[in-house]
Every structure is written in C-alpha cells, then in structure tokens.
Design a protein around this ligand. Structure first.
Ligand SMILES: Cc1ncc(COP(=O)(O)O)c(C=O)c1O
Length: 359
C-alpha cells in the first residue's frame, strides 16, 4: 500500500536501508558522529540564521511528547492556545494536563486564528508565559502564517512562541529567528519521510535560559536536558539509534545548501497546486481558504462525493488516502503530498482517483 495519508508517509528504500545498519552503543564515538551529522541539516530545516543562538536537538519521543516538553520549560503561569483543529486542541489539553492555566482562542476547523484577536487577548488578559500554535493543522490541512504572530508578540518579550511544525517542516520553509519562535518541534514521519519514533526540536537561547529556572520539569521530557544532551552529544537516555541513522541519511540526501531545501519546498507547493486543481476539476475545493492551504496536506471538501467509497476504491488499487478527521469524517478527505513523494507519483494517484470516481 502506498501511503498518501497525512503521515506517516512513504519511506524510500535507501532510508530503510540506512535504518537497518548494525547497532552501535549510544555512548560510543560512532554515536557522537551520528548526532553531529544531524546538525547542519537540522539548522537548514529550521531556517536558522547565520550566527543564530538557537539550538537544535533530537529526542526519541513522538511529537506529542515534544508539545509537553515545550510547555514544561515555558513557565508556570498561563498559556494562550490558538485552536483551529485536533492537534492545536491537543496542545492546549497537554498544557492543562501538566497543570497550566490555558486560555483557548478557538476558531472553527479550517480557519486561522486572526492575529488581531491574539493581539487583543495578549493586551487584555496577559501576561502569558507562552502562545501555542500549530503551523500546519494536519486535521484540516490549514496553515497558520507565523510571521504575523511574531509581529503581535513583539511587545511581549517574556511570552514564548511555541510552534508545532509537525506536518510543515521539511515540506516548507521555517524561519525560526525571523518569526521569533522560541520552541519548535516535529516528528519525522511527515515531510522528513522517515518512520515515526524520534522528534526534532529547536529552542531559542532565551527559552532555554528561562527553562532552567522553571521547577519540576521532570526528566524524560525536560527541555534543558534534551538540548544540553544533544549539544554534548550525550542523550539523556538511550535514543532510537536507527532513526538517527535514517535522519542523518535523509538530511544529507536533501542536500547541504538552502537551495537544495528550496527545491524540496517548491516540489511540495507544486504538488499542492496539482491537488487543488484536480479537486477543482471535480467541482471540489479545499476546506480552508486557498491562501491558508497546507503545502503538505490538502483537506478537500467532499460535497456529494462518497468519501468512504473513494478511500476504499483507492485502497483496492494499493493507494491509501485519509477520510476527514473527527467531525469532518465523510465531509472531507485528505491527501498527504509530502516527504519524498514525486509529482509523477501524485499524477498516478490522481488518475486512480479519477478512475474510482468515474465508477
Ligand atoms: C500537527 C500535528 N501535531 C502533532 C501530532 C502528533 O504527533 P505524534 O503522533 O507523533 O505524537 C500530529 C500527528 O499527526 C500532527 O499532525
């Protein structure tokens, strides 16, 4: 079955081979080298500016655990959570579950929280330790632009911007420093096109400095230990070594220059365009306004189309797409055009979908 779901996505055989390399000790020189190998590519993935004081890290947990980690170091007052779908709601829930006070700013699924509304809450209800946001809401294929948020956060230098980049990074550009991000994270099963099991993160110097003063951060998800461990090439606990090999290979395969990464992002935008045009050809449109469509996952309003039949018809042809998420089941369907998927592969998928729809 070829995975065109919004993650996990297809993994190239070369990466599967890299992951299958013989095991090494995690306190060995070989492991130090495996960690060191990651930094140049991760800096490109997070778009770190030359001389940036932000730090990158890898941790052997899922992205949800990194949500928790980002919150554990943010402070003990309250957070403002921008909620526009299932994963941004999860971010808010995780904050509540670790005992933080949460102010949700919610909009219907498929919409983007307006920056002006964020500015108003910050001004009237602050101070907040952090604002949480999901850059690409995988449940709705909706992208929230980060630069306007950075602007409204500028007058609040004590309020961190915590960003879920799960279905964004490696499929579209991140500008960590210019967007004033303090902690960003993602799993690797989306546009990095690796099996799930590790997460990547990036934290600002000011975030890490304050995090060190926050009490009771635990151990396994303590952001200070995660980032210190990565910097010293000594992970706090035994890491998922095979995925370090896979990520190292993938980062090198993407390429060593910003231009290599731009080519990858351009391919994602073209696959998004193709998908939107295909949908339009069937009288269908994206759930979000097109300007807010995610470059990695298109969530298409189904109209009268029988989503279950489309999903089943494609599955019979060895191709897997996703039904809508939660309440959107049957009303939308999602195509994950991310990672190492090619434009030729997408053309085949859409031709197969045409065949299914033609009955
Ligand atoms: C935007 C977003 N955030 C968080 C998650 C949770 O990731 P994980 O299942 O790796 O914890 C997902 C998973 O699909 C996601 O799409």
């Amino acid at each position: 079955m070829k995975l065109w779901i919004p993650g996990p996505t297809e993994v190239r055989p070369a990466l599967l081979e890299a992951i299958a390399a013989p095991m090494i000790g995690h306190r060995s020189g070989a492991m130090t080298a495996a960690i060191e190998r990651l930094d140049p590519g991760l800096k490109l993935a997070f778009g770190l500016a030359e001389g940036s004081s932000a730090q990158v890290a890898v941790h052997s947990v899922s992205a949800t655990a990194m949500m928790e980690s980002s919150l554990l170091g943010a402070g003990r007052r309250k957070v403002l959570s921008l909620v526009n779908g299932a994963f941004s709601e999860r971010f808010a829930e995780v904050a509540e579950l670790i005992g933080l006070e949460v102010r949700r700013l919610s909009v219907p699924m498929g919409e983007v929280v307006p920056p002006a509304a964020v500015a108003q809450v910050l001004a009237e209800e602050g101070p907040f330790d952090a604002v949480t946001v999901v850059s690409s809401e995988t449940s709705t294929g909706t992208a929230t632009p980060l630069a306007p948020l950075a602007k409204v956060l500028q007058p609040y230098p004590e309020t961190w911007l915590l960003v879920d980049l799960v279905s964004w990074i490696a499929g579209a550009p991140v500008d960590f420093d210019a967007c004033g991000i303090d902690f960003a994270f993602a799993g690797v099963q989306k546009a990095f096109a690796l099996p799930p099991g590790i997460s990547v993160g990036c934290a600002s110097a000011r975030y890490l400095e304050r995090a060190a003063t926050v009490p009771q951060r635990g151990f396994a998800l303590d952001p200070v230990l995660i980032f210190e461990g990565h910097a010293k090439r000594k992970t706090p606990a035994t890491p998922c070594i095979p995925l370090y090999f896979g990520l190292g290979q993938q980062l090198e395969d993407i390429g060593p220059t910003a231009a290599d990464w731009r080519a990858r992002f351009d391919r994602h935008r073209r696959m998004q365009r193709t998908t939107i045009d295909w949908a339009a050809g069937h009288g269908l449109s994206l759930l979000p306004e097109e300007q807010f469509g995610s470059p990695t996952v298109s969530c298409i309003r189904a109209g009268d189309l029988d989503v279950a039949a489309l999903v089943a018809g494609l599955a019979e042809r060895g191709l897997q797409i996703s039904n809508g998420y939660g309440d959107l089941k049957g009303k939308t369907f999602r195509i994950g055009h991310m990672g190492d998927h090619t434009e030729a592969g997408l053309a085949d998928l859409l031709a197969a979908a045409d065949e299914v729809l033609a009955g």
